[in-house]
Design a protein around this ligand. Structure first.
Ligand code: DUC
Ligand code: ZN
Ligand code: ZN
Ligand code: ZN
Length: 486
């Protein structure tokens, strides 16, 4: 198509600076960012005077159409992405789950699911076991399939969990491929023990979920994963940092110079665990996710860590089940499918919680919702910036008006919303140069989303071999001992 678009008179905000300028878009690409651009009559003009024009959000952490805990998430690649677009997110990175341990089969299944995509997407790959065939497939993923990150689960004993030996193998393999290792950090053996303890005590409701897997188990696994990544000398990305305990381990490692990226998710930043104690099961169960939403106080500290740079970018872990699916666990919290919504609400809530409270600047808003994700996964500046040559994924946010977030008006297929009653300000979403959300109306086209290949990021690893070499040369030569005794 030859869609032409001019966004006029807004304040264009990038992670590095902002300026009042027009943005001219042609064929899905930003062509010019300058004040007072003159265009011909065939160009659609959007007036953004008094509003912020920013890069579309990139959600680094979602689960669409995922088979999990005996069921499947109710948002697929169409409904989840439509919801995302309605909330100002124009790209997400989803986790491919291997099929019977096969990465190739897993990817094929996700390629099929993603055919109905209405926005751009990329993939991380989960690694749930490690052997020669997985090792070979990892290389194919990096060199041929555009996947540059692999996630290891230290929780979900009996299904997804890997032990330390496998984690070490995986970390080494990531390093040799120039891929980023990611980790779900909770101690799965201890969680299993904690769950048994709750059931023995007769605590079978949603509050038992949180009590069975406290922050110290997240802190332990985070520390362990960071140290093992340090031992292998490869970077690490910690997904869904939910507790002070985990955040402090990341802070300590980063202070020492270790390359660790920490991802808080919206639920952990803005909610606390009070909902889990609601006497109504339907209300309480909608807050069940792993790691659990923590007691009041953790959220405020995580906000601080995001504003001072200890944590770098915000995801959602969008993974939704409706109230019928949540009710699988009515007699036993262990059977409540884990997950909360957020793909549609993330941009609104980061603005509301972080910018309006003065904790981060508008430029930092762009950085933590978009630019940093593009940088970490090596697709910047194609994504994450409003500059000539970048993809035309753009949002317009109106600081002076807002609407209410609720389950009646949201676009996800699920029937509940953990952010009921909060406020949103993104008014317009442009994805791939197309206006897909305007005047509270979605215009999305299944099949229009593109798969974004993410190349291996050697820059993250530059210096590693040097570090290894200097480490090795700092060792003393081995002691020479004669075999004979005198
Ligand atoms: N946590 C969730 O709540 N859902 C999906 C997987 C996960 O780790
Ligand atoms: Zn600029
Ligand atoms: Zn996880
Ligand atoms: Zn997840």
């Amino acid at each position: 198509s030859s869609t032409k678009l001019l966004i006029k008179g807004g304040t264009v905000v990038n992670a590095h600076h902002q300026e009042v300028a027009d943005v001219y878009v042609e064929d899905g690409i930003i062509v010019a960012v300058k004040p007072d651009l003159k265009v011909t009559d065939d160009v659609k003009v959007i007036d953004a005077t008094g509003k912020f024009v920013m890069p579309g959000g990139i959600d680094p952490h979602t689960h669409l159409a995922m088979e999990f805990m005996g069921t499947e998430t109710i948002d697929d690649f169409f409904s989840g992405q439509a919801a995302a677009l309605a909330g100002g997110t124009t790209m997400h990175i989803d986790f491919v789950i291997p099929v019977n341990g096969s990465l190739i089969a897993g990817l094929e299944s996700y390629e099929e699911k993603a055919k109905k995509s209405c926005m751009d997407y990329g993939f991380h790959m989960a690694i749930t076991k490690f052997d020669d065939s997985v090792s070979r497939d990892m290389e194919i993923m990096v060199k041929e399939k555009g996947i540059n990150s692999f996630k290891f689960f230290l929780a979900y004993k009996g299904s997804l969990m890997v032990n330390d030996e496998l984690l070490l193998e995986g970390l080494k393999r990531c390093k040799s491929l120039g891929a980023l290792a990611m980790v779900h950090a909770e101690n799965g053996d201890a969680v299993f023990e904690g769950q048994k303890r709750m059931i023995q005590l007769g605590i079978t409701g949603p509050e038992g979920h949180a009590l069975s897997r406290p922050p110290l188990l997240e802190g332990e696994a985070t520390a362990r994963a960071i140290r093992l990544a340090g031992f292998v000398n490869t970077p690490l990305y910690v997904v869904h940092v939910m507790s002070i305990d985990a955040m402090e381990e990341i802070a300590k490692a980063r202070k020492s110079g270790q390359r660790v990226v920490g991802e808080p998710v919206v639920s952990g930043l803005v909610l606390d665990d009070s909902g889990l104690w609601d006497s109504d099961f339907a209300t309480a169960s909608k807050f069940v996710m792993s790691p659990p939403i923590r007691a009041a106080g953790h959220n405020k500290v995580l906000q601080g860590a995001l504003s001072n740079g200890v944590l770098q970018l915000v995801g959602t872990d969008h993974c939704v089940f409706n109230s019928t699916q949540k009710a699988f666990g009515i007699d036993d919290f262990r059977k409540i499918p884990n997950g909360v919504n957020g793909i549609e609400e993330r941009m609104h809530l980061v603005w509301d919680t972080m910018v309006e409270s003065g904790q981060i600047s508008i430029n930092d808003f762009v950085r933590v919702t978009s630019t940093e994700c593009a940088r970490v996964f090596n697709i910047y500046p194609r994504k994450g910036a409003i500059i000539a040559g970048s993809d035309a994924d753009i949002i317009i946010l109106n600081p002076n008006s807002s609407f209410e977030i609720n389950a009646r008006s949201h676009h996800s297929r699920t029937d509940t919303n953990v952010y009921e009653g909060r406020r949103g300000k993104v008014e317009v979403t442009i994805a791939g140069g197309r206006v897909v959300w305007e005047n509270n109306e979605l215009k999305v086209v299944p099949g229009s989303g593109k798969y974004i290949e993410m190349p291996p990021f050697n820059y993250l690893f530059s210096g590693i071999d040097k570090a290894d070499a200097s480490y090795l040369s700092s060792l003393n030569a081995p002691v020479k001992r004669s075999k004979s005794t005198t």
